[in-house]
Design a protein around this ligand. Structure first.
Ligand code: FAS
Ligand code: PHB
Length: 392
């Protein structure tokens, strides 16, 4: 099989890139190793930055998001029994965020792809990217038990943190930066209306807690737990009790709504950046190139930024033979990636309690939160980072 752009992975990055290239008349094929149900049901991100929502609308994938998504103009910081709301549009010249799960984004993009878009092969596992340094790279893949090759002009590695595309970048040119955090997130889905109309990020001596949502009737919540925790170690009641403790406030009007937990999982927290994000005719996008701790809700949004940049570059090359944006791709994306790493790691440090934290560390964290609650400049930096910077 031959195409202009071979895309490995049908997560948000691969699916949106395929859609943008379809729109630009650049033919492309998406290879996805898992089946459609896996991609559409994998519980991950929940918050779309302003620029991401705009990008999905521009790609014709925003209709259900605008109908069912929840626009949020604020987030709450909860610390030392205090509640402080951060007014996002007031601090960023009108930017907000949208609560709309990654599962729904993928469903919308898959539906568009299958309705007249380019080929999307499920259960098609890429085995290797070959010839990235040549003018005719190829993706070897296995589909329905048979090995084949996808001949391309360009390959987009959108295959996530554990994909194969990154392996095609020679060690001699790869630079990897990363850290793991000494804690993880225990996440739950529960059939109960959210306990607050906006997200609540709580810093507590017992650890971090986050109250999020998926809809007006489904709560999404997270607890900081020690690294290596297994979800089965926590009963539903213990989870609700711990959320209640960490979200404690002097405000008597607030209570935690409890309900049946329908999903439970543990996500390790790590940062990871692979430089460069391009090697020859291979481009890395999304989690294939970088991972951020989920505290700042940046992972999915960074993936969108990468593929909007990549689609523009490949389209310019296709239409005008101009490779200038292709040559700038890695530098352009990495600038945004490192800003997201800075923001996400700083917010993680501010809100999570490290196992070796001292009373001095606790006071410094509380001073940092008090500063945000009391100084517009500090609050603005948080709001700008959280709503995301414009994609161009
Ligand atoms: P993805 O990993 O989503 O997609 C890669 C795709 O490639 C997958 O479908 C995979 O099956 C496929 N693939 C892999 N190897 C392949 C091969 N060899 N051949 C073909 N296909 C292959 N981000 C947030 O912003 N907020 C959150 O709350 C949040 N929570 C998260 C929770 C968890 C448990 C995890 C793991 C991540 C979370 N993230 C969160 C980050 C997450 O949303 C990613 O940033 C996002 O999925 C990135 O999208 P992609 O780059 O498309 O990668
Ligand atoms: C989520 O709803 O899954 C979510 C929201 C905000 C975050 C991380 C995850 O920072």
């Amino acid at each position: 099989m031959r195409t202009t752009v071979g895309i490995i992975g049908a997560g948000p990055a691969g699916l949106l890139l395929g859609r943008l290239l379809d729109d630009a008349g650049v033919d492309n094929v998406v290879l996805e190793s898992r089946d459609r149900a896996y991609v559409e049901q994998r519980q991950r991100a929940g918050i779309l930055e302003h620029g991401t929502a705009e990008a999905l609308r521009a790609a014709g994938a925003g209709e259900r998001m605008d109908r069912e998504g929840l626009p949020h103009d604020g987030i709450e910081l909860r610390f030392d029994r205090r509640r402080h709301r951060v007014d996002l549009p007031a601090l960023t010249g009108g930017r907000n965020v949208t609560v709309y799960a990654q599962t729904e984004v993928c469903k919308d993009l898959i539906a568009l792809r299958l309705d007249g878009g380019g080929p999307l092969l499920f259960a098609a596992e890429a085995l290797a990217v070959e010839g990235a340094e040549t003018a005719a790279p190829r993706v070897r893949y296995r589909h329905r038990g048979r090995e084949s090759a996808l001949e391309c002009d360009y390959v987009a590695g959108c295959d996530g943190f554990r994909g194969v595309a990154r392996e095609a970048v020679p060690e001699a040119v790869s630079r990897v930066f990363g850290r793991t955090f000494p804690f993880a997130w225990l996440g739950i889905l529960a059939d109960v209306p959210p306990s607050h109309g906006e997200l609540v990020y709580a810093r507590h001596d017992r650890g971090f807690a986050l109250l999020s949502m998926r809809s007006p009737t489904v709560t999404r919540a997270y607890l900081q737990v020690p690294d290596g925790t297994h979800a089965a170690e926590w009963s539903d009641e213990e989870i609700w009790d711990e959320l209640d403790r960490r979200l404690e406030t002097d405000d008597p009007s607030w209570t935690l709504h409890r309900g049946p937990v329908t999903a439970k999982s543990v996500t390790p927290l790590r940062s990871y950046v692979h430089e460069p994000m391009r090697h020859g005719r291979l481009f890395l996008a999304g989690d294939a190139a970088h991972i951020v701790p989920p505290t700042g809700a940046k992972g999915l949004n960074l993936a969108v930024g990468d593929v909007v940049t990549l689609a523009r570059a490949l389209t310019l090359r296709h239409e005008k033979g101009d490779a200038s944006l292709i040559d700038a791709y890695s530098r352009t994306c990495l600038r945004r990636v490192w800003q997201a790493e800075r923001f996400s790691c700083a917010l993680t440090a501010l809100l999570h309690r490290a196992p070796d934290a001292t009373p001095f560390d606790d006071r410094v964290q509380l001073a940092g939160l008090d500063r945000i609650a009391g100084a517009r400049s500090a609050e603005t930096d948080l709001a700008e980072g959280y709503t995301g910077f414009p994609l161009d």
